[in-house]
Design a protein around this ligand. Structure first.
Ligand SMILES: *Cc1c(COP(=O)(O)O)cnc(C)c1O
Length: 455
């Protein structure tokens, strides 16, 4: 384990050596063979970033079937914040699986589901009385938040932001902004979804404050939808797939105040930002905003599929008996994993680990931006950081450069994801337990790929 690592997890480190190491070409022969098998049976529409196949993973490292070790700056898209094989999580999973794998909470309930809801009530923003429902995926959580909001308000309309990402089901495709690859050819989409401008400081034609950006959105809602028709405004406190866009200060606060004054429910989609990722347990806390309903998923259960809607008791309980649920929702193995992961978030102070990652990465990315005219902005919070790439001297998005850098990093053993409406953002989502040396090495590789081998 690297000395001075952000959060040493020695048992994990023993299982998977915490260093970058390439022993074959990327992809190696076994990955090439698996890609061949895949082509024959896996739907072509399913994409993968890395061209290699995983054998094991842990801490901040992914090891492929040819023995290559990659530094993980993706964490399975902000999922494995506690690591891909956190011993506490794998122990809890094994123990729960040995007890029972499933009864269906709607058929024969169990304690683990209740305990996860207790943890959500304690950890999510606001000290009001809360209730939760557990489901399987982020999209399903967003769908259920909208169901609750409509039932509780008796209103139909759902307002979302430009650059939003809320999932791939029919309703959440309607709520998602980007057509390709998420929506193209998959319509018709669910109705009564309205989109208003977000706050995207880099791309405002004229600089405006967060309050002004909120006023712009609110004016559109009031004139084109009518506040009294709106069940909920769904926001990502930091826009995720849309480009890790941090709104101008005051934007979320102003929207929250407007929601409170109009009876529109504020739904925070914290599926990517939640669970310590941004340096606080939930990103809304940075803005002092308390949402009426909050959707969580990704980081909740150390890699097992689990998601939740948590909200004000009177709103959640406005739904009739039997109106919420699902066969697999709140699966006991996933709940046991969540309880172990949540314990790590709290006991190991992983929000502080995210802040340490920010303190290490932002100065290095800022220094890189000074040398790379293609970097228009370094942004993000905690361990949810990004650089937006443009053609030098302009704000013209450069998706080709983002793809080149991501591919170049992968070839050198560093897994980096892209995102953004324009596909021109490199995003960094390391596991919160990644070691300092590993992170430094990944940044060296990134710099070399961006500047060229002369660096
Ligand atoms: C990933 C994501 C979703 C969808 O979650 P799935 O589990 O993939 O359905 C929704 N909202 C945000 C903000 C996300 O990042």
């Amino acid at each position: 384990m690297a000395p001075g690592s952000a959060d040493p997890s020695p048992v994990t480190a023993e299982r998977v050596e915490q260093r970058r190491r390439l022993v074959t070409a990327v992809p190696g022969p076994r990955s090439v063979a698996l890609a061949e098998r895949r082509r024959a049976v896996v739907a072509a529409g399913v994409a993968s970033t890395l061209p290699v196949y995983v054998e094991r993973a842990g801490g901040g490292v992914i090891v492929d079937v040819d023995g290559n070790s990659f530094i993980d700056l993706a964490a399975g898209i902000a999922v494995t914040s506690v690591g891909n094989a956190a011993p506490a999580v794998t122990r809890a999973v094994a123990a729960q699986a040995a007890d029972f794998t499933h009864t269906c909470f709607m058929v024969a309930p169990y304690e683990e589901y209740v305990a996860v809801c207790e943890a959500l009530a304690r950890l999510t923003p606001g000290d009001h009385d809360k209730r939760s429902v557990l489901v399987n995926s982020g999209a399903e959580a967003v769908e259920n938040a909208v169901k609750v909001a409509r039932r509780a308000t008796g209103r139909d309309a759902v307002v979302v932001l430009d650059h939003a990402y809320h999932g791939r089901t029919n309703l959440t495709m309607a709520m998602t902004a980007k057509a390709m690859p998420y929506k193209t050819g998959f319509g018709p989409f669910a109705g009564e979804v309205y989109r208003v401008p977000a706050s995207y400081p880099l791309r405002e034609p004229v600089p405006i404050t967060g309050e002004q950006a909120a006023a712009r959105a609110i004016a559109l809602i009031e004139k084109q939808v009518g506040a009294d028709q709106v069940a909920c405004l769904v926001i990502e406190p930091i826009l995720g797939e849309g480009g890790f866009i941090v709104p101008a200060p005051g934007f979320l606060r102003a929207l929250a105040d407007w929601c409170a004054s109009t009876g529109v429910l504020l739904v925070a989609d914290e599926i990517q930002t939640g669970f310590a990722r941004t340096g606080s347990m939930f990103a809304c806390e940075h803005d002092g905003v308390v949402p009426d309903l909050i959707a969580t998923a990704k980081g909740i259960a150390g890699g097992l599929p689990l998601a939740a809607v948590t909200g004000r008791a009177e709103l959640m309980d406005a739904v009739h008996l039997g109106g919420l649920g699902g066969t697999f929702g709140g699966n006991p193995v996933a709940c046991a994993a969540a309880l172990a992961a949540i314990d790590m978030y709290e006991q190991d102070d992983l929000p502080a680990a995210a802040r340490r990652i920010e303190a290490l990465m932002v100065p290095r990315l800022t220094a890189l931006a000074e040398r790379c005219p293609q970097i228009a902005e370094v942004r993000g919070r905690g361990a949810m950081l990004a650089i937006e790439l443009v053609r030098p001297g302009t704000l013209e998005p450069d998706a080709t450069e983002a793809a080149r850098v991501a591919r170049g990093c992968a070839q050198q053993g560093v897994l980096v994801l892209t995102c953004g409406t324009y596909g021109n953002v490199l995003r960094f989502l390391p596991p919160l337990v990644i070691g300092t040396e590993l992170l430094e090495d990944a940044l060296d590789v990134l710099a070399a790929v961006m500047i060229g081998p002369a660096a």
